[in-house]
Design a protein around this ligand. Structure first.
Ligand SMILES: Nc1ncnc2c1ncn2[C@@H]1O[C@H](COP(=O)(O)OP(=O)(O)OP(=O)(O)O)[C@@H](O)[C@H]1O
Ligand SMILES: [Mg+2]
Length: 253
């Protein structure tokens, strides 16, 4: 059974893309087949993996507009068991052209359902709330919201909570969410305070896994590989592995 996980936050730079790549790598290392879906017009994930610039790259929007099968757009990565549905420049038009269609919220869900061989589908969302993010959340069993333990990041969660309510009432009543604290610096008093504030506010809604600041993660996105392929023994690799195990446990329950 395929588990679909959307990774979204309208706040930019909170490690959505980094988490998609390195959680994907950690799940593959544990023996699962993983599809990464890049829904961001910035195409950071696709660029990192070296496939945005190829002529003929198809993205979610091309599959919809040209009525193509998911298979037509899939890219096999250098890592066995890890696949990518890339983004390209055209994907930005989704915000304008899709909402005029009836049932536009379920387009991605229907595309993902065409291929049943994946254990996990991880969707990297753009840093804004719109049609693309709504499609991701409507397709998802679980939403991971990466967030920094910073004042404005915590504030931005309000909008994510209203989006979750909207998606639940319009087509995906079973959507669950979990916050993931990223870019954490345990020597920083504000980080520690806001982290306990988050745990008190979102009782049970915060993952036990925390991703601390680690420059190796910057290098891994540049190299276009998950952290466990770049620096398998680093703290960040261990933390993403712990996250993968927590997600697997969560899915089993
Ligand atoms: N734990 C970490 N430690 C250090 N740097 C990190 C960590 N996680 C992510 N970064 C860096 O922070 C920056 C933002 O990360 P990333 O691109 O994953 O965020 P994003 O939420 O996808 O951003 P956007 O909203 O633009 O899509 C990148 O330069 C990335 O390499
Ligand atoms: Mg990103």
């Amino acid at each position: 059974m395929t588990r679909v996980i959307a990774i979204a936050n309208e706040k930019g730079g909170v490690a959505k893309t980094t988490t998609a790549l390195s959680l994907g790598g950690a799940l593959v290392a544990l023996g699962y087949r993983v599809l990464l879906v890049d829904l961001d017009p910035q195409a950071n994930l696709s660029l990192a993996m070296g496939c945005e610039s190829h002529a003929g790259t198809k993205s979610f929007i091309n599959l919809v507009m040209e009525n193509l099968n998911l298979e037509r757009a899939l890219v096999k990565t250098e890592i066995q068991g890890l696949y990518l549905l890339p983004a390209n420049k055209e994907i930005r038009f989704a915000e304008r052209v899709l909402p005029i269609r009836p049932e536009y919220r379920t387009l991605l869900r229907n595309i993902i359902a065409q291929e049943k061989s994946y254990d996990f589908v991880l969707i990297d969302c753009p840093p804004f709330i719109g049609t693309l993010t709504t499609n991701a959340l409507t397709a998802a069993n679980l939403l991971i919201i990466p967030t920094q333990a910073e004042y404005f990041s915590v504030y931005a969660l309000r909008n994510m909570m209203s989006l979750i309510r909207e998606v639940r009432s319009k087509g995906n009543p079973a959507l669950r969410y979990r916050l993931l604290v990223t870019l954490f610096d345990k020597r920083n008093r504000i980080h520690r305070t806001l982290y306990s504030h988050l745990r008190q506010t979102f009782i049970g809604g915060v993952l036990d896994s925390i991703i601390e600041v680690d420059t190796k993660l910057r290098e891994s996105v540049i190299a276009g590989v998950p952290i466990n392929h770049l620096a398998g023994k680093s703290r960040a690799a261990m933390q993403y592995d712990f996250l993968a195990q927590e997600i697997i446990q969560y899915v089993k329950e």
